[in-house]
Design a protein around this ligand. Sequence first.
Ligand SMILES: O=C(O)c1ccccc1NCC(=O)[C@H](O)[C@H](O)COP(=O)(O)O
Length: 225
Amino acid sequence: MKIDVKICGLSTPETLEAALTRGASHVGFIHFAKSPRHLEIAPMADLVRRVDGRAETVIVSVDPDDALVDRMANEVRPDCLQLHGRETPERVAAVRAATGIKVMKALSIAERADLDAVATYRGVADRLLLDSKRPKGSQLPGGNGVSFDWTLLALLDPEISYILSGGLDAANVGEALRIAHPAGIDVSSGVESAPGIKDITRIHAFFDALDDIAADTDSRKASAL
Ligand SMILES: O=C(O)c1ccccc1NCC(=O)[C@H](O)[C@H](O)COP(=O)(O)O
């Protein structure tokens, strides 16, 4: 089964094109002032226009107030709003109802108890993104380039569909997909040369790794016949 691939924290037309050319299903743009990937609304709207239906566009924000939700919805018009703060299920439902735009809710996972929150967003958020907890000292709720213990995900109800995020890169995505069974994967730092600087070579390397995994899976299936 083909999984979704979200390349997040894009900020230039060139790196956006590279992600789209390689078949990203989702492209993400960050609106969070403390992030090295932060984009103001107008440049973000420009990048979203360039996507022109080739992938789903996602704006990432952290506990946005109603005024910001309104600006993102009306001035950028993304396909999806990713809420990466402490938004409750009620807030997710309210954002969805107010905008008519899909909502992806990000949840931080570090230990077994963190999985309890996942079910409370089921049927409320359109997508769930399971990310690592921010490391001590980081000001960013996401985009920290650290992974969590993927074996925890075996404890989730297998019916729950999620996007796996946090510290993925070309070198570890194969192992992540052997352990976890996500509907999609999300990467940011793993395709950067420095915080906030997306790297076209690393974007290609990430998709090359996914192609290798797909080819390996196909050949295993063929030899099992
Ligand atoms: O990327 C950021 O700077 C960011 C800032 C504030 C909230 C969320 C942020 N990123 C959200 C994402 O979806 C990232 O892709 C996700 O956390 C994975 O990042 P990484 O571990 O760097 O691959």
